[in-house]
Ligand binder design. Structure first.
Ligand SMILES: [Zn+2]
Length: 300
């Protein structure tokens, strides 16, 4: 092999190596840890009873929080800036503007602003911009991290922009829930049900995780009734439309969730067998399907 060819193949190899290394990591994790997969306690787009969880939560206490990329300080607020004001839900926070319109937010930081950050001209990727804490509406020390675009009117799932997190467990699909006014009833596969009209139907789904007690949300759900797709819901971004946040399919929170469960729809079951098929996909692409075949007796 000629020296030149060797050199070329070496560069080709290096290129491939670099592409592989950075293929899915436009940004760096805001917390450096090798056990991110179990410290990622909440994901983007989950239900918080009446609103979307607009970021990811990384369990962390008093650790350096780092800028995910090069940028400039957009905004920073610490409780000590105004001791007489009420504490904000976000607690102490830092917001950084990056190229291409990306904005990153770091919430619930520990008191004590990083020295000189307010007067810095530029913030570098990996630079420490604060310490993780438990300020604001936060139960347990963690970093709530937000990635947004379009001046904050579009909030996106940050996971695809970071190096990949391992997840070998597919989502777990639980019971169907039929809501009757303020009450609800659980329904299982092959149940016989008597029903007089259409009712809201929802389903509990959690992404399977390595650590007991973690209940993470999914990234995509497809619901089919008797072979017809009723809804496909993605949980990768929310945009402000008027005064409502909607996901990339145009669904509002109330159209995607029934409190903590995933809202399938107001379903009008026919008499006889009704087959409801639910497909859930997690952030890693693991998919689970579950079928509920219900024997329905329509009553007047
Ligand atoms: Zn959070």
């Amino acid at each position: 092999m000629s020296k030149q060819f060797e050199l070329i193949s070496f560069f080709l190899f290096m290129n491939l190596f670099v592409i592989q290394l950075f293929a899915n990591s436009k940004f760096e994790w805001p917390i450096y840890a090798d056990n991110i997969k179990i410290r990622l306690t909440s994901l983007f787009g989950e239900s918080r009873s009446d609103h979307f969880h607009n970021g990811i939560d990384i369990s962390s206490d008093n650790e350096p929080v780092r800028s995910i990329g090069d940028g400039v300080l957009l905004y920073s607020r610490y409780a000590s800036d105004d001791p007489f004001a009420n504490e904000w839900g976000s607690g102490n926070c830092v917001w950084i503007a990056h190229p291409e319109g990306f904005i990153s937010g770091y919430l619930h930081l520990k008191e004590g602003r990083e020295q000189g950050i307010l007067t810095k001209e530029e913030i570098y990727k990996g630079e420490v911009i604060g310490k993780s804490g438990n300020t604001g509406h936060s139960s347990g020390s963690h970093l709530h991290f937000i990635l947004s675009k379009e001046n904050g009117t579009k909030i996106i799932n940050p996971l695809p922009y970071f190096s990949q997190v391992e997840d070998t467990k597919p989502p777990q699909i639980g019971q169907l829930i039929i809501h009757v006014d303020d009450k609800f009833t659980y329904v299982n596969d092959k149940d016989n049900i008597n029903i007089s009209r259409s009712f809201p139907v929802s389903i509990t789904i959690f992404d399977g995780v390595e650590k007991v007690g973690l209940k993470r949300g999914i990234q995509k759900a497809i619901y089919k009734l008797n072979g017809t797709k009723i809804k496909q819901a993605n949980f990768n971004q929310i945009s402000l439309k008027g005064n409502k946040w909607v996901n990339e399919d145009g669904y509002s929170f109330d159209e995607l969730y029934y409190k903590e469960s995933y809202f399938i729809g107001e379903l009008n079951f026919v008499s006889g067998e009704n087959v409801l098929e639910i497909e859930a996909t997690d952030f890693h692409g693991n998919t689970t399907k579950k079928i509920f075949a219900l024997n329905v007796n329509r009553i007047k």
